[in-house]
Design a protein around this ligand. Structure first.
Ligand code: NAP
Length: 253
């Protein structure tokens, strides 16, 4: 019998690679999307060998129209339906909004909000027709506190996920925003951030974030804030002035 297919963007490292690992373990075939072909191929070989699943490699730059079009075409393919979409690919930068260029901000907003919207749109029709589907949008705790254009983009993704889950959940399509705090991945290193001031207890492992995120999605929840400590912090942040809430995670994403 054919296994359900999961498509993961940003599958070459960090949270995306962990989503691939956990979805493979729970017997899903995979479509891995990112830009770095060699890393995609290496991951695919390892996952096929370890889990005996079918793995497609789909190299795409999700900041280009062509890249988004090729992933959208795969998502809309009724012959090989995708049951799980994980919108995960993302990056950020340390430059403050007033010092960055409008081009850089546009790319940032595109990868964090516009691309997930386009990919969701591409997969949704088929999922609604089949009355079955799962969409996981990797957001951030930054969605809940004032955190520049990164927090604003993640707030969009979280709000979109919540309303989509309300609307499509009863029709069989569960949509969840996974909102982690600091996670050990390549994210901060790629953005050139100095994370030395972040206390140890604020760091999460990808394993926990993905496990809790997938469980929340399976349970039909709109939002997952992995770990009790972050769930508590975010609950408290709603009670304090913006200035204090923003100071909590000032240097990370
Ligand atoms: N790490 C954290 O503390 C943290 C906290 C909250 C939320 N998040 C969110 O988690 C998500 C995953 O980040 P991560 O922490 O796992 O970072 P990461 O280790 O840097 O991984 C980012 C992934 O995105 C892919 N990617 C980047 N730009 C792309 C593009 N233009 N087209 C296609 N793929 C692209 C990268 O692959 P290639 O370079 O091969 O394309 C890589 O696989 C992001 O949305 C981030 O905002 C992270």
């Amino acid at each position: 019998m054919a296994l359900p297919v999961a498509l993961i963007t940003g599958a070459t490292s960090g949270l995306g690679a962990e989503f691939a690992q956990q979805l493979a373990r729970s017997q899903h075939d995979l479509v891995l999307v990112a830009r770095t072909v060699a890393k995609l191929e290496a991951k695919a070989v390892r996952l096929r060998t370890e889990f005996g699943i079918h793995v497609e490699v789909l190299p795409a730059d999700l900041l280009t129209d062509d890249g988004v079009a090729s992933v959208s075409a795969r998502l809309a393919d009724r012959e090989r339906p995708v049951s799980v979409l994980v919108n995960n690919a993302g990056f950020s930068f340390v430059t403050a909004f007033e010092d960055s260029t409008v081009e850089a901000e546009t790319e940032h907003l595109r990868i964090l909000a516009l691309t997930p919207m386009q990919l969701t749109h591409a997969v949704l029709d088929g999922m609604l027709e089949r009355r079955e589907g799962r969409i996981v949008n990797v957001s951030s705790v930054s969605a809940f506190i004032p955190r520049g254009s990164y927090g604003a983009a993640k707030a969009w993704l979280t709000s979109f996920s919540r309303s989509a889950n309300l609307r499509y959940g009863p029709r069989g399509v569960q949509v969840t925003a996974v909102c982690p705090g600091f996670v050990h991945t390549e994210f901060h290193q790629r953005m050139g951030a100095n994370m030395s001031g972040i206390p140890k207890w604020m760091w999460l492992n990808p394993d926990q974030v993905v496990r809790e995120g997938l469980a929340a999605n399976a349970a039909g929840k709109s939002v997952s804030i992995p770990s009790r400590r972050y769930a508590t912090l975010i609950a408290l942040s709603k009670l304090v002035p913006d200035k204090l809430a923003a100071a909590v995670g000032n240097r990370g994403r």
